[in-house]
Design a protein around this ligand. Structure first.
Ligand code: PLP
Length: 493
């Protein structure tokens, strides 16, 4: 299996090379040259537990890793760090299936990939005989940063530098990051939003001269963002797992299709579901749920991607994104792998902030359904699910739920549906508590955690208890045009 760039300007490389590199030198994203197929009938996979299934799928994509290397990665990643033995419980409420992807160390779905990526990188470096120190440079809308810090902290041969929008993440998310231990971790708040942070990181990656200087100092950059193919592939696993679980529990019959609803920001998680579909998983609709930053909703409706609008800070901050990087990978597939066209579209996006896809590409988007939820609808969804079922969902999952109710109302489609539940409600306590109780004003975030726990009779997750009393370690803040300078200072003194 080889990986090629969506912009066609570089040679094909192996998975270990693609994982170490992160982004391609032509600015494109690495994609597998073909989609490997799941073994049919899927019933043959029914007895696999999460780790076995992960190994089965990873082997198909990371074909230059041997079994022992992959087993080491899988076993190091999906262990007791996860609070549930099944790793990703599938919870049925009111005929809907919530795939709880948030039982890892940082309480959001990013742990699913970021707990394994450091081991991929470590194994890949060894295989490729690279003796340089890998610098993971990451922009975060809140959840990636902490998950990456947790994954890479004290991993030998790596340093991790995380930029987050100073006023664009929840207090709990911020506290999770700025209390991060590990002598190879660096956390910096920027005066700007997530798109500024992401743009800054991409520019540093593309800065040839800067990269050369770092190489001379024995450093090499890589990325823990979902532009790294090593982030995407582990996310395919849980969609297959959810399908098999439904099959095992006789909730669906052989070959029956399901819908998947994904609260979407950078388009990584839903793209993994699209990859699963391309591998042969019976999926009917991929429902792309946005918050008020509804660029993707407009795109699916009109074929025009227009990022020229003001970013709105919502109660689902991990989806406050106007440039969804991984859409490029979808565009590449639906264009019939036309790298020239993708290069064109991405150049337009950069220079004009928008692009329009040709008619024949738009026709290929029929498997997707885009919708969005307003803030009010999101809050209402949290309350409604709780009142109907006693189940507590976070704001991101609530966006997905709200969008699904609209989808159902508009289409009357009764297909069994899985909602990707991407964060613990305890990570977004302020909004969740307000949605349930109507008021949160006079309490600190940590008081609200106790209140939410009492109100819902849910035990506070250990990962939240842990950060309560930790000391703040990272206090650095910079302007959005100072990111490179900060990186230089950290690495070169
Ligand atoms: C990152 C994140 C999302 C968005 O996922 P993408 O892969 O960026 O589309 C949704 N919900 C939560 C809780 C997240 O952390």
């Amino acid at each position: 299996m080889y990986y090629e760039s969506t912009r066609g300007g570089v040679r094909k490389i192996t998975s270990s090379e693609a994982i170490v590199k992160g982004i391609a030198d032509d600015g494109g994203l690495y994609v597998p040259e073909i989609f490997p197929k799941l073994d049919i009938p899927l019933e043959n996979l029914l007895n696999k537990d999460y780790r076995e299934l992960a190994l089965y799928i990873l082997k198909k994509y990371l074909s230059d890793f041997n079994d022992n290397e992959l087993i080491r990665c899988v076993n190091n990643a999906y262990d007791e760090k996860f609070q549930k033995k099944e790793i990703v419980p599938l919870v049925e409420k009111d005929n809907l299936h919530f795939l709880e992807l948030y039982h890892g160390p940082t309480l959001a779905f990013k742990d699913m990939a970021l707990s394994i990526l450091p081991y991929f990188i470590k194994e890949a470096m060894r295989k490729l005989n690279i003796n340089k120190e890998v610098v993971i440079l990451t922009a975060t809308s809140g959840d990636t940063g902490k998950a990456a810090l947790e994954g890479f902290a004290n991993v030998e041969g790596t340093k991790i530098i995380v930029f987050y929008p100073k006023d664009g993440v929840s207090k709990i998310q911020e506290r999770q990051m700025i209390t991060q231990k590990g002598k190879n971790t660096f956390v910096i708040g920027i005066e700007g939003n997530f798109d500024d942070a992401q743009r800054g990181v991409k520019e540093i990656f593309k800065d040839r001269e800067f990269n050369k200087k770092l190489q001379e100092n024995n450093y090499t950059f890589s990325s823990a963002n979902s532009i790294n193919i090593g982030r995407l592939i582990p996310q395919i696993v849980y969609y297959v797992y959810a399908y098999l679980k439904l099959l095992r529990d006789s909730k669906i019959s052989k070959g029956e299709k399901i819908n998947i609803v994904v609260p979407t920001g950078n388009f990584g998680n839903i793209l993994a579901a699209f990859y699963a579909k391309n591998m042969g998983l019976p999926i009917n609709k991929l429902i792309c749920a946005s918050n008020e930053n509804n660029v993707l909703y407009d795109f699916f409706k009109t074929g025009v991607y227009n990022s020229n609008r003001k970013l709105i800070l919502t109660s689902s901050p991990s989806m406050d994104i106007l440039i969804s990087s991984n859409l490029e990978r979808l565009l590449f597939e639906i264009s019939g792998r036309d790298a020239e066209l993708i290069k064109d579209l991405m150049e337009k996006l950069k220079s004009e902030g928008e692009f329009k896809i040709p008619r024949k590409m738009k026709d290929k988007l029929k498997n997707f359904y885009g919708e969005y939820a307003t803030e009010e609808e999101t809050y209402r969804a949290i309350k409604e699910v709780y009142q109907l079922t006693g189940y507590v969902i976070d704001t991101h999952t609530a966006v997905a739920y709200s969008v699904y109710t609209k989808y159902k109302r508009n289409t009357l489609d009764n297909t069994k549906t899985v909602i990707a539940s991407t964060a613990s409600p305890f990570k977004f306590t302020r909004s969740v508590y307000e949605a349930l109780n109507g008021d949160n004003n006079n309490f600190t975030d940590f008081q609200l955690i106790d209140k939410l726990s009492k109100y819902t009779n849910l035990k506070t997750p250990k990962a939240i208890e842990d950060i309560k009393n930790r000391e703040v370690i990272h206090r650095r803040v910079c302007k959005k045009n100072e990111m490179k300078k900060v990186v230089e200072k950290i690495l070169l003194g």
